[in-house]
Design a protein around this ligand. Sequence first.
Ligand SMILES: O=C[C@H](O)COP(=O)(O)O
Length: 252
Amino acid sequence: MRKPIIAANWKMHKTLREAENFAAQFPAEQDLYQQVDVVICPPFTALQVVGEALRGTGLKLGAQNLYPRDQGAFTGEISPLMLKDLGCSYVILGHSERRQILQEDNKFINEKIKSALKHGLTPILCVGETLKERKEGQTETICGNQLLGCLADLEKEDVSKLVIAYEPIWAIGTGVNASPEDAEKTIAFIRDFLAWQYGLETAEQIRIQYGGSVKPDNIKELMKQKNIDGVLVGGASLEVESFFSIVQGAVR
Ligand SMILES: O=C[C@H](O)COP(=O)(O)O
């Protein structure tokens, strides 16, 4: 059975002090974190303090991006080696905010995935459609094309290590989450697609999250769905109480 995975994407939120306070206040429930993987992804500036505070708690550290080179003349960028050095084990890649605002395409995301895997970082690969695409009935085509492009040339052994997050763009930060049944439908499609590309055994190993307006009051219904293995949380991950309540709600 796949272990649930709940990730907090803080996006561009929290000063150093705020990040440190969150990490210090977050309950250190070792037993709970044996049952559910919990990953905190602060902005780069807070990785070190949060990483130190999480040490020994069973909570895991993740980054929100990387640049796909080990080092070099890439002003303003952060390499996978630097993330490993800070204690990261996960990295969010292909988030729709980076695709839309920073024009990242599938080819670049593919490079990032390969670079993360080379350094033992687990990518949390985000895919999802806009509202217009959904209304046009394009959800599966869009998710399938994003997967094809982002996973190009990867062996199934590598693909099996990934976490995939299905994040319909219209549900992000809007308070309008996909219904658990709708999220399950697309996530089941993603698993079928992975089975078609990499075989059933690999597809059954991959953990697939839902993301988009996840809150303490909708986590339980989401986690009841057969193919939903966890959630990627933005807004509701910024407060200790709401994020911890989501983590508790994810236990099956
Ligand atoms: O990465 C997280 C998602 O973009 C979801 O954000 P949200 O929970 O604020 O809707």
